[in-house]
Ligand binder design. Structure first.
Ligand code: BGC
Length: 261
């Protein structure tokens, strides 16, 4: 397999999606392959599905994985839309063992945000850029002059008047659960966007994840002074960014490296 082709896998609460990525160009060069996330989304079952996605590509080499949790040194530190037994599970170790490939794991929104920052709308953007993924949850990747602050978890903020975290009110899963029109959901998402806008004063907000491709259906409900754009990579950013992270640990392993010296 060509040196610059890397398998990227985007693990989500409802699907595990993979694709071969040209990491120099930031382009997916294969068809996307998706398997449903097993329910309950427990480590052993998800590792089996992960390995099946790798097998589909008949791939050997390093694999990059975006995972929907706080990830420190490959270990999951939270579990919002997956089984709680993931907390403190070494996802990198488990997926590497199951797939017999060396797997590097980072937060899924960080992976997608990095793809946007390297190859998409975030490329060359100075200042504060906030990348949000809207799917089963809301993921966030915060950049200052292109530098990522990993694991920001801004979908877990509390909004005034809500007794649960923001993603339960404003993620795409909330639109489906509450049977909302795009415009009604957009009005909810607008409350969330204005909240994060007030907290971080970003220069640009980029929307990724499943809902980003329907932007024109809910954009009339958005009323915010900061520029908001849907990602040009749509929901491929998660796979592309994951592949890039197979070779690049984004500083999330920085502490370990220091300890080894
Ligand atoms: C998780 C994040 C993840 C986001 C998008 C949230 O529930 O806590 O880690 O990035 O969903 O998948």
């Amino acid at each position: 397999m060509a040196k610059n082709l890397v398998l990227g896998i985007d693990v989500g609460g409802s699907g595990i999606k993979g694709g071969l990525v040209d990491v120099k160009k930031g382009e997916m060069v294969s068809e996307r392959f998706r398997l449903a996330t097993p329910q309950p989304a427990v480590p052993a079952a998800m590792a089996e599905t992960f390995a099946a996605v790798v097998k589909h590509f008949d791939y050997e080499g390093r694999v990059g994985c975006g995972f929907p949790a706080i990830i420190k040194n490959g270990v999951a530190k939270s579990a919002a839309n997956i089984d709680k037994s993931w907390i403190n599970t070494d996802a990198a170790k488990l997926f590497s063992k199951a797939s017999k490939c060396k797997v590097n794991v980072v937060n899924d929104a960080d992976a997608a945000g990095l793809a946007s920052s390297y190859f998409g709308l975030g490329k060359g953007e100075k200042g504060v850029v906030l990348f949000l993924t809207i799917g089963s949850g809301i993921g966030s990747a915060l950049f200052l002059n292109g530098q990522l602050v990993p694991n920001t978890e801004l979908g877990h903020l509390y909004l005034q008047g809500q007794d649960d975290i923001a993603e339960r009110f404003a993620a795409d899963s909330a639109r489906k659960r509450d049977n909302l029109s795009w415009l009604d959901w957009g009005a909810r998402f607008n409350v969330y966007l204005n909240h994060v806008d007030r907290l971080f004063s970003p220069d640009l907000i980029i929307l990724g994840g499943g809902a980003s491709k329907h932007f024109e259906k809910y954009s009339p409900s958005l009323d915010i002074s900061t520029e908001v754009k849907p990602s040009i990579m749509q929901n491929m950013a998660g796979i592309i960014g994951a592949a890039v992270c197979a070779l690049n640990d984004n500083g999330e392993k920085g502490k370990d490296k220091k300890k080894k010296k």
